[in-house]
Write a new protein. Structure first.
Length: 188
């Protein structure tokens, strides 16, 4: 058991029989009344985000987690299959644990957060930016960079992203995995 003074971003706690990760916190010391901690927490089992306020002396259960680097192998009817880079053990992970899973490319390294005591996967996160090849899009026009107009493009993983009008088939684009949006064209 710990108290609220140990709350920080990224901390995982057991709250109402679920595992939550702190995404935002603020220690508040009002002029009148006791201090408290305002938090924004994301459930690692269903992805739901809640706001919660803890009194300053409130006890919290910290969940010990491990971050493991795993390589994405393939997808089948059981889910996404990964290989541990250290033990070469293969595990299958439920698709709902991975945000923007359509951007994953075979052979890509992914960080997977494991519950240390139960040895179960909680969530998986892709690298912040990835580079993918555009496999299909309408032909681009030279000089179409003045406006912010965008068109749909299919990348090599099968995902569809919005790209500027000057992007053509065969171009490589950098994508922000948190939002699934285009960042820049990459020269290869």
């Amino acid at each position: 058991m710990a108290n609220t003074s140990e709350i920080r971003n990224g901390l995982c706690i057991d709250y109402k029989n679920d595992v939550y990760q702190i995404t935002y916190f603020l220690h508040v010391k009002p002029g009148k009344g006791p201090a408290f901690v305002r938090t924004k927490m994301k459930s690692l089992t269903n992805g739901k985000v809640i706001d919660n306020t803890f009194p300053s002396s409130h006890k919290i259960d910290i969940v010990r987690v491990e971050r493991r680097q795993m390589q994405y192998l393939y997808k089948d009817d059981m889910g996404f299959n990964f290989m541990d880079n250290e033990t070469y053990e293969q595990v299958s992970i439920d698709p709902k644990l991975i945000e923007n899973s359509g951007l994953m490319k075979e052979g890509m390294n992914i960080d997977i957060l494991y519950h240390a005591e139960k040895n179960t996967p909680l969530t998986a996160s892709l690298p912040q930016y990835i580079t993918l090849e555009v496999t299909y899009t309408e032909p681009g026009m030279k000089g179409n960079t003045a406006t912010n107009a965008q068109k749909p493009a299919t990348v090599e993983t099968g995902a569809e992203v919005k790209v500027p009008l000057f992007i053509n088939e065969g171009d490589f684009v950098k994508i922000d995995t948190a939002t699934g949006s285009y960042v820049e064209r990459v020269k290869k």
